[in-house]
Design a protein around this ligand. Structure first.
Ligand code: PHE
Length: 465
């Protein structure tokens, strides 16, 4: 036999050659190995077809609550006998004493055992003893298992078990699984006295392990956060529920803009925001809308609460409150859109959003930052395309070329905040802003063509990506 055996394997084989069938616990004792070593050793031996495991089960019986009660006070039928031992009693007399401890069961079982007889008379039926009641198998069983639980196989009177188990909560039957390890023929013949060198079989099969890991989407989020931090940006956070004021109005999105309609945005019913902006901010934003879009701006519309449709609300509120002269800020988190779920849209997804504010910032800087960000993610073939947002001018869209699909994919939107946005909020420096979906990036990274994959909890995929 040219098998290379580990010390643990040798000890297990040695023990099993002396005593052929053992549980892992027995093996622990006989080999003085730990239970983990035994389990591992058995698994190795099984893979080499040197050991086999047989599974069986045993049933342990112990007393239930009513059983414990019967041990103290007797079974209901025994209590009945004690009651009528000296003189016959009527049903009513017995019921008052035995109510709650199974009056019906007492009568039925005493009758079944042939212990009692019932004499009908005008004064009501009387119950008396017919035959001297001997100890029943059920009573013997209760006594037998009163000290500690007993293996069902060791109990001779199976009928007693059957009867007692049919009565409520007298006995508890606990099934325990037992593993027995034995050697295969091949292993029984191994001569352990012939020593082989203690070489380690580095090619031995091992079972795969799947340790806990972060979800691929979370990985992407962390990676993106890290890139912005490395580029010198600081993170800000905001609430998922926002007033329409910050989500739309402050961003110069007119109150009749299609994006604000119910079919695009989730509104929070019966909830109005009263204090999310200060009176000056409200007055100035209102003026910007009325003068530039030429309509009657309504305060109540801006007070409607929404699940934020983008993270730009967090950015603009930060700028309005802090009015920094210079800053590099990003924010990241979940946003919500009332869309039909499809391979490319979910009703909630994650966005990353960034701004640079400073004296000499230009569109060129904005594009440079984007290029650098994408480069760090390994995306190099990108281009910029003009587009429209109510709050930026000019507005651009990054496109990235997906080699596998052979087409250009839209990624981040960006632009320079319009004066109609910044001036009413007292922001005097130009603001470069951009934002977009994280799932899109993660899809490129993991080569997915359906965004729903991220939420399918497909373990096979999650273990291998
Ligand atoms: N808010 C835009 C979106 O959700 C992205 C954007 C952010 C565009 C900032 C311009 C400036 O797609």
């Amino acid at each position: 036999m040219s098998q290379v055996l580990h010390d643990i394997e040798k000890k297990i084989i040695n023990s099993l050659q002396k005593k052929s069938e053992q549980t892992p616990e027995n093996l622990c004792e006989s080999t003085e190995l730990s239970i983990d070593q035994i389990r591992r050793g058995i698994e190795w031996l099984r893979l080499k077809e040197l050991a086999q495991i047989r599974e069986s089960s045993k049933v342990e019986i112990s007393l239930g609550q009513n059983g414990i009660d019967a041990l103290k006070n007797g079974l209901p039928e025994r209590r009945l006998i004690n009651l009528i031992k000296d003189k016959p009693q009527t049903f009513d007399e017995i019921r008052t004493v035995l109510s709650g401890v199974g009056f019906n069961a007492a009568i039925a079982n005493a009758k079944k055992n042939g212990w009692i007889k019932i004499d009908k008379s005008d004064l009501g039926s009387k119950i008396s003893i017919k035959e001297e009641p001997v100890e029943t198998p059920e009573e013997k069983l209760i006594l037998l298992i009163s000290e500690k639980s007993v293996n069902e196989e060791q109990i001779e009177n199976k009928l007693a078990i059957k009867f007692l188990s049919q009565r409520p909560d007298y006995i508890i039957q606990n099934t325990e699984k037992i593993k027995t390890v034995s050697l295969t023929d091949k292993a029984s013949q191994i001569d352990l006295t012939i020593s082989n060198s203690n070489a380690i079989d580095v090619e031995a099969d091992v079972s795969s392990v799947y340790p806990a890991r972060t979800h691929p989407l979370k990985d992407t989020i962390d990676e993106i956060r890290e890139i912005f931090v490395k580029l010198g940006f600081s993170e800000i956070q905001g609430n998922l529920a926002q007033s329409s004021f910050w989500n739309f109005d402050a961003l110069f999105t007119p109150q009749d803009h299609p994006a604000r309609e119910l079919q695009d945005t989730f509104y929070i019913e019966n909830l109005k925001s009263k204090k999310s902006a200060n009176p000056t901010q409200i007055k100035q934003v209102s003026k910007s809308h009325s003068q530039n879009w030429r309509y009657d701006w309504e305060l109540s519309e801006s007070q409607k609460m929404v699940l934020r449709t983008h993270t730009t609300c967090v950015t603009i509120k930060y700028l309005a409150d802090k009015k920094p002269d210079e800053a590099r800020i990003f924010s990241l988190g979940r946003v919500f859109r009332n869309e039909k779920v499809s391979y490319k849209h979910l009703v909630e997804f994650n966005q990353i959003e960034g701004i640079v504010i400073g004296n000499n910032t230009t569109l060129r800087d904005l594009m440079g930052i984007q290029k650098e960000f994408y480069r760090q993610l390994g995306l190099t073939k990108i281009k910029f395309w003009p587009t429209f947002f109510p709050y930026t001018e000019p507005s651009l869209q990054t496109m990235v070329y997906n080699e596998k699909l052979g087409k250009w994919i839209e990624l981040f939107g960006m632009g320079i905040f319009r004066p109609e946005v910044t001036r009413p909020l007292g922001i005097t420096k130009p603001v470069l802003a951009w934002g977009g979906g994280i799932e899109r990036i993660a899809m490129l990274k993991y080569d997915l063509d359906d965004v729903r994959e991220f939420y399918n909890n497909d373990l096979k995929w999650l273990r291998t990506v």
